[in-house]
Write a protein that binds this ligand. Structure first.
Ligand code: GDP
Ligand code: ZN
Length: 357
């Protein structure tokens, strides 16, 4: 693997030259509790942060994230490990502000060239949502492309293409079917040598299926979640950048998936205006629209003014948001614990009175 196949270019080379030290460029492929997985010209390395990088960081955004380029010093006695010395400036980034904190910005993916905004051509088709994703996309510094999935389930393609074109001016639009393979190869245009792609789109629109078909193998583990009213949902359990054998790189992290839910949440009121306004007329304010007496939503389904599937997707969506909130709470607790650990390590490192005497 040479550096340009990994996305290295003049922008990063200029920064390396300016450092003037014997450091090795590496791209962050994965970040988890064990550390950073890095890819270099010579292969994979496990990266650790230098204290200097860590303490100079004024926010989490100053720490390396998936997709970042770093300069490392390999460890002489441990050839598969390296210390990350310098974080190179990013060309683009997706970030999230920590819940409850205005200043702590977290980078979810860095140095992305193209974002596939994936939207289903089935019942999930939603122009508002595409608009919101486009906004997120342009905001990141990468170029958005609209991918309309599940074309095999669509009867009025021309009409939908026209509608999308009217809100996504100047943006490439690709109808595809990962099921039949129609149009999928067109997406490789964006996966030229060293080009990085990430995907945005609601759960269930076919992102994992697209990634697997571009990679040519089932890279990402999927989790079937089944319950009485949920047909099954794939959840991805990784945080990484994958090298596409035919060229290019794909980043898909849980963080990106959360960003998707966030984009959905802000459009929830718009998308489910019908359900939301009905629920204002339920007898109980915390009505779950299950078996509660006096439920206006159930009433509307019974008299045929509201589609049963509509309530289903509304409830599914609410569950996802709850799940997300719980995850964020766990993450916040972990972050707190790590801060305490780091602090106590720092205190231990201070020389004691006995050492000095
Ligand atoms: P993700 O949550 O966005 O990653 O979506 P998945 O890739 O897990 O796909 C969700 C469901 O849609 C799965 O049951 C897929 O088999 C199905 N699916 C994905 N792509 C297509 C497609 O092009 N056509 C049809 N009919 N179904 C698809
Ligand atoms: Zn109700």
């Amino acid at each position: 693997m040479n550096l340009s196949e990994l996305g290295w270019n003049d922008f990063f080379q200029g920064q390396l030259d300016a450092v003037g030290e014997e450091l090795v460029p590496a791209r962050v492929a994965r970040q988890d509790t064990t550390g950073y997985q890095l890819i270099t010209e010579g292969g994979q390395l496990l990266g650790t942060l230098t204290g200097k990088l860590r303490y100079a960081a004024t926010s989490r955004a100053d720490l390396p994230a998936v997709g970042d380029w770093v300069l490392v010093k390999p460890l002489a006695n441990e050839p598969d490990k390296a210390v990350m010395q310098v974080l190179l400036e990013r060309r683009s980034s997706f970030s999230r502000k920590e819940a409850g904190s205005k200043t702590d910005e977290q980078i979810l993916a860095a140095n992305v060239d193209t974002i596939f905004i994936v939207c289903g051509l089935d019942d999930n088709f939603n122009l508002h949502r595409i608009e919101r994703y486009l906004l997120l996309g342009w905001d990141s510094g990468a170029t958005p492309v609209v991918v309309l999935s599940k074309s095999d389930l669509c009867q009025d393609l021309d009409k939908k293409l026209e509608a999308v074109a009217s809100i996504a001016m100047g943006v490439d639009i690709h109808p595809i079917s990962a099921l039949t393979g129609d149009g999928v190869e067109n997406l490789r245009t964006y996966l030229g040598k060293g080009m990085t792609v990430t995907l945005l789109g609601s759960s269930g629109v076919g992102k994992s299926t697209i990634i697997n078909s571009l990679l040519g193998y089932e890279r990402f583990e999927t989790n079937e979640v089944r319950s009485a009213d949920d047909k099954g949902r794939h959840t991805t359990t990784f945080r990484e950048m994958a090298i596409v054998p035919a060229g290019g790189l794909i980043i898909d992290t849980p963080g990106m998936r959360e960003l998707q839910v966030w984009a959905d949440e802000t459009s929830l009121a718009q998308s489910f205006d019908d359900v939301e306004s009905l629920s204002e007329r339920c007898r109980y304010r915390d009505c779950a629209h299950g078996n509660e007496p006096g439920c206006a939503v159930k009433g509307a389904i019974e008299d045929g003014t509201l589609d049963r599937d509509r309530l289903k997707s509304y409830l599914k969506f609410q569950r996802e948001l709850k799940h997300l909130a719980a995850q964020q709470q766990v993450q916040a607790r972990l972050d707190r614990k790590n801060r305490v650990k780091r602090f106590s390590r720092m205190i231990r490192r201070r020389p004691s009175k006995r050492d000095l005497s």
